[in-house]
Design a protein around this ligand. Structure first.
Ligand SMILES: *Cc1c(COP(=O)(O)O)cnc(C)c1O
Length: 495
């Protein structure tokens, strides 16, 4: 079995085996005609269940043959121009190369003595990102597994800062247990669900999150925020954090960051900007101004795996003041004793809520060293421009109703029959749901869905610069025909 260990004696096998795997994927990429095959859960489940895990195949080529049946054939391919579903981007080759290297070397970024250069590369990229945000020299942060973890981490820091400040400022300090139920988080009603989930995990409960209404463009209404903040104080509660979104998951809308920053400062409240999606603008050669005000945040979430064309996972949480990271610091004798901090040994675990941690930063490093930041930004700009064109298509197409003009690269719309009065609202919802499902089952394209004011909508998330307006038109035709067919059928059933 030792022949399977990657070491000085097995370099040739390593080269052969990985090359073989790369060849299979390359062949797959060259032959995918549709984003996926449309296989159903019921069809694939027995295939996987039928594999006897206690009887290994031993031969790597046989394992790859089997992988074709259990995974590669039916996977969803995000590089396909008609994959318009969730916030998954096609990935760039330098990052995939980085991924292959980082898993072979397998550094762990928790401590300096497990990563050496990996630690310094991650720190450079954190400083670089902090610089792009506009944080000063005390900016810092850490790579995370994704936007949800970044949001959680940021809110953990916000919670502990709020407790620290409340203790400091009150004549009769409240015990933490009494303070926690009084903390409130303000975020727009269309912000990411991980804000609520974080509140629950932080011991505050879902009710601690106050949803702030949005304007017609799905951006936080700051007059409503001001009112909510005042109500909070009036009721004897503590505003713990305001979470602004720079690129909402559904609409790509960017909250008015400077005004939110002003209100957060007025109420001495932590401001977090969730730029999981909008972070691509940090490198945009033409649209960076859309993020103006982000530099006023206390913390920022960025998902390089959303808009920097990086493979999952690649994300970071940045703070304006590195001292706040201490709320997540624990010195373990076996790993990162306090002595090491005094000796200035850079142990990233001091800042992270993970311990053993991937060297995801390498992917971004390889990307920036190969393509440059402008190169990544150009690609992101292309999908934002594509969304504007897609908006024009939808706005002038009588079969569809589109919700907002996009600031980033999503479009939320729904099919409406020509004779709307002939159908109930439920039938129209059902028709849209059916169109999405039927399209998915056909494998021809993948779109997402969401609800707007209780009604069923469809969604394009455009992150592939290879997608064209012709692709968008073709997918709209497919959706309309599925919806028409469904409503035709429901008319038949009704009569
Ligand atoms: C995707 C997304 C998240 C969650 O990020 P993950 O990487 O999926 O955990 C958080 N916030 C926003 C606005 C997002 O779009």
């Amino acid at each position: 079995m030792r022949q399977h260990l990657l070491n000085e004696t097995t370099a040739a096998d390593y080269r052969r085996s990985v090359t073989e795997g790369v060849e299979r994927v390359a062949a797959k990429l060259a032959s995918t005609e549709k984003p996926h095959t449309g296989i159903s859960v019921d069809e694939l489940t027995p295939v996987i269940a039928g594999i006897d895990l206690d009887r290994p195949l031993a031969d790597p080529a046989a394992v790859l043959d089997e992988l074709e049946d259990v995974y590669l054939r039916d996977a969803v391919y995000f590089h396909h121009p008609r994959y318009l579903g969730h916030l998954n981007c096609p990935v760039v080759i330098p990052a995939v190369l980085g991924e292959a290297i980082l898993s072979a070397v397998n550094s762990s970024l928790d401590t300096w003595d497990q990563s050496i250069g990996g630690t310094l590369i991650e720190r450079r990229l954190i400083d670089w990102t902090a610089g792009r945000i506009g944080f000063g020299p005390s900016g810092d942060g850490v790579f995370t597994s994704g936007g949800s973890q970044s949001n959680f981490h940021a809110l953990l820091l916000a919670r502990d800062e709020a407790c620290r400040i409340a203790m400091q400022n009150s004549d009769v300090p409240l015990p933490k247990g009494e303070l926690l139920p009084k903390l409130r988080i303000f975020t727009s009603e269309v912000s990411h669900f991980s804000v609520k989930k974080s509140a629950a995990m932080l011991g505050l409960g879902y009710e601690a999150v106050i949803p702030v209404p949005v304007d017609a463009d799905k951006r936080m209404n700051t007059a409503a925020l001001a009112l909510e903040l005042e109500n909070c104080r009036r009721d004897g509660l503590y505003p713990m954090a305001v979470v602004a979104t720079a690129g909402t998951t559904d609409f790509g809308s960017i909250d008015p960051l400077p005004e939110i920053a002003r209100l957060a400062a007025e109420h001495a409240t932590w401001m977090h900007v969730d730029a999981a999606y909008g972070c691509g603008l940090l490198v945009s050669p033409t649209r960076r101004h859309l993020l103006d005000g982000i530099e006023l945040a206390d913390s920022v979430t960025v998902d390089y795996h959303k808009s920097f064309f990086q493979p999952v996972s690649s994300s970071a949480m940045l703070v304006r003041d590195r001292d706040t990271l201490q709320h997540a610091t624990f010195y373990a004798d076996y790993l990162n004793p306090r002595r090491m901090a005094e000796e200035r040994i850079p142990n990233q675990v001091d800042k992270s809520i993970q311990t053993t941690r991937r060297f995801d930063a390498l992917k971004l490093w390889m990307t920036l060293r190969t393509m440059g930041a402008d190169g990544v930004g150009e690609l992101f700009d292309q999908v934002v421009s594509l969304a504007s064109e897609g908006y024009e298509l939808l706005a002038t197409d009588p079969r569809f109703e589109v919700v907002v003009r996009p600031q980033l690269s999503t479009l939320v719309y729904r099919y409406l029959p020509a004779d709307r009065s002939a159908f109930t609202a439920e039938q129209i919802d059902e028709a849209n749901l059916h169109a999405r499902k039927a399209l998915f089952a056909s494998g021809e394209a993948v779109v997402a869905g969401t609800k707007v004011d209780g009604a069923q909508y469809l969604k394009f998330t455009l992150l592939n610069p290879q997608t064209t307006t012709a692709d968008i038109s073709a997918v709209l035709d497919l959706l309309a025909s599925h919806a028409e067919q469904y409503l035709g059928e429901s008319l038949v059933h009704a009569s």
